[in-house]
Design a binder for this molecule. Sequence first.
Ligand code: ADP
Ligand code: MG
Length: 482
Amino acid sequence: VWEQILTKMKETLAESAFKWFKSVKPISLTATGLVLSAQNDLVKDWITSHYLTIIEDAVGAVLGSKRKVDFLVLPSVQPEPEPEPAKPEKDADSTQDTKEAKEAAGHSSRKKEDPNQGTLFQEQPPAPVDNGDMHIVAPGDRSSLNPKYTFETFVTGSSNRFAHAAAMAVAESPGKVYNPFFMYGGVGLGKTHLMHAIGNRVLQNHPEMRVLYVSSEQFTNEIIRAIQEGKAELFRQKYRTIDVLMVDDIQFLSGKQSTQEEFFNTFNALHVADKQIILSSDRPPREVQKLEDRLRSRFEGGLITDIQAPDLETRIAILKNKALLDHVDVPNDVLMFIANRIDSNIRELEGALTRVVAYASLINKPVTTDVVAEALKDVFPNSHKKEVTLEVIQEIVATYFKIRIEDLHSKKRTRSIAFPRQIAMYLCRELTDTSLPQIGNFFGGRDHTTVLHAYDKIAKEREENAKLHKIIKDLIESIQKM
Ligand code: ADP
Ligand code: MG
């Protein structure tokens, strides 16, 4: 019947327009409606907005009565070449075409130079639009995966090392090691980044695999719509074809009964078939409120790993990495300044750096801590809450070395006191923007050269002495927490 409809449409459509229907397949035909597949949202939207009446007329003509025509986004099955419904003589491998069309979204290199086809989507589609629908990532199409979120751009530290290692293992053997793989942690700590990294790596290793990344909202919306439109079965079919399913922020499924029900079924179908399932949440499964017990126990059946807020060193490493990727040169003390003030959200951390760099170029000044303080004052009004004071530093240092605060201010030069004092001076210079004379003055009216000497000495020893390095790191952490 579809063949007949196509033939009918050919009467009204221009050759070039007909090209749009090459990958369209009939999915279901009922007394009232016809469901067709489209390889992606763009094809679906384009056809719906331009050719819907033509299709409906052709359907009416062939079947004798009108049907409501709907589209379901379903990437073409690979790797078998699809039968060409209309133009077998053109012997183009439509599998290839699909790939190219999708790749063309990112690159303008084209193999065919037929000028008639130049303006067609098949050759040069507009940039994908996120319309809130989910996207199955077909082979060669990474549009729903952010290409910047890779393992290469992910900085590891003690806070995320385990999650990172597990994610790598999952990416290397999807469906084989940890299934499901569940990551949880606070906002902006890299969960979504790791998910995309897994997806990107899987597609790199197995271009034929189907990877679907979807937010919980998208997943919910899709289910609700499928149910409302009586297409639950189609929804299920669509999901059964996935090799790697990633559902982000599943805490938002909380209390959504029918979504959870459908998700449970999807989960089981994929799990039984050894397809990889990756989930994230801002808290562990057992703490997600209003989550069905059976779903929770499914989640707990795989590997659960957490991501913690990064420590100071990791935050600095992340900023350094970002500066490098953005090709901006930012001095270490500036990175330190930012990393000191934003300690629990990597998105904010990176955002601060971006703003500082933008601000500096706007006022045409080099990026210095002064500029940073100015730039961040507007953006993070409570950044001063995190301001480290000399008082806090001396208190922490004195407590750690079990000496009295007065000793730090005294003239005593015994090592048990002079050494902590030098460390305190070092930290004051490193963690605050107080000037050398001010620091000297604070510690018993000492000269600024004494402070500088102390700073250099500790900085050098810190590099050479792992134990001292660790002590300073711990001190910084404690000071940050005050
Ligand atoms: P979440 O999903 O946990 O809320 P995201 O994955 O969206 O967090 O991360 C927020 C931002 O921080 C993203 O731009 C991401 O690239 C970046 N980011 C998070 N963790 C790291 C990391 N370890 N190394 C580099 N960038 C990171
Ligand atoms: Mg996220």
